[in-house]
Design a binder for this molecule. Structure first.
Ligand SMILES: NC(=O)c1ccc[n+]([C@@H]2O[C@H](COP(=O)([O-])OP(=O)(O)OC[C@H]3O[C@@H](n4cnc5c(N)ncnc54)[C@H](OP(=O)(O)O)[C@@H]3O)[C@@H](O)[C@H]2O)c1
Length: 213
């Protein structure tokens, strides 16, 4: 599959390198593509600006600062996102510092960042995923307790099926939590995931949903 990754930070690089590793054709995008050229050449990815990268992808991944997520999608262009699955790995982390290891969000429990983005880009099929684990564990995570669970949500079932396939390749079990509103619960998993890291510098964990059957 052709995958366009919007972002130049650790998450974008982890997801782009993982997708290349699993056999996909990948383009990574930034407002300043020049800064990614050496990395892209080393990692067998193409590079472009946000619009070129969104146009390249049959599936698009959004991995930019939460406060810039809407701006990045505007730069990507609604037409380049229309009808495509767009994995949203962002978290609505506010600029204010954490309190006792608990991050501050600029959203509230009745409105997630994913819903805001979905409202502004109705043609894109947004799927929340990869926001509740650190970038070092996003691809091929290995835990003694088995595959960790990736909680996902979004309004389009076809897009979620595509994401399910990718998660399977990346070594995850997917838990579909339903429509866009479920991001109100999935985004704060990032706060929970970060607490051991921010309090005790422990970052080597992931969530698992245990089922009776
Ligand atoms: N770090 C993790 O392990 C982790 C884990 C799960 C989820 N997340 C979430 O994933 C996202 C990416 O995290 P990160 O740590 O890789 O990177 P980051 O430092 O949060 O974000 C860097 C990216 O944000 C873009 N950006 C910043 N300001 C912008 C603006 N005004 N307009 C457009 N784009 C702008 C940058 O674009 P340019 O390339 O153009 O500079 C760059 O690609 C965040 O939302 C974060 O909460 C992070």
């Amino acid at each position: 599959m052709k995958i366009g990754v919007l972002g130049s930070g650790d998450v974008a690089k982890a997801l782009a390198a993982g997708a290349v590793h699993h056999g996909h054709a990948v383009q990574i995008g930034s407002r300043d593509p020049g800064k990614l050229r050496a990395w892209a050449a080393e990692n067998k990815a193409q590079v472009g600006n946000f619009a070129e990268t969104a146009a390249f992808g049959e599936l698009v991944m959004l991995a930019v600062r939460g406060t810039a997520a809407a701006e990045a999608l505007r730069a990507a262009g609604a037409a380049n996102l229309s009808g495509k699955a767009v994995i949203d790995a962002t978290n609505p982390i506010a600029d204010a510092p954490p309190t006792n290891g608990v991050l501050k969000f600029f959203t509230n429990l009745d409105e997630s960042l994913l819903e805001r983005l979905q409202r502004e880009f109705p043609g894109a099929h947004l799927v929340k995923a990869f926001n509740s684990v650190g970038n070092a564990l996003m691809v091929d995570p290995k835990f003694p307790g088995g595959k960790p669970t990736m909680f996902v949500c979004g309004n389009d079932d076809g897009a979620k099926r595509k994401v399910a396939g990718l998660l399977e390749e990346f070594g995850w079990e997917m838990a579909d939590m339903g429509g866009a509103e479920a991001a109100r619960a999935i985004e704060p998993l990032c706060m929970l995931w970060c607490i051991p890291g921010l309090l005790r510098n422990e970052w080597g964990h992931a969530f698992k949903l245990l089922r009776k059957s």
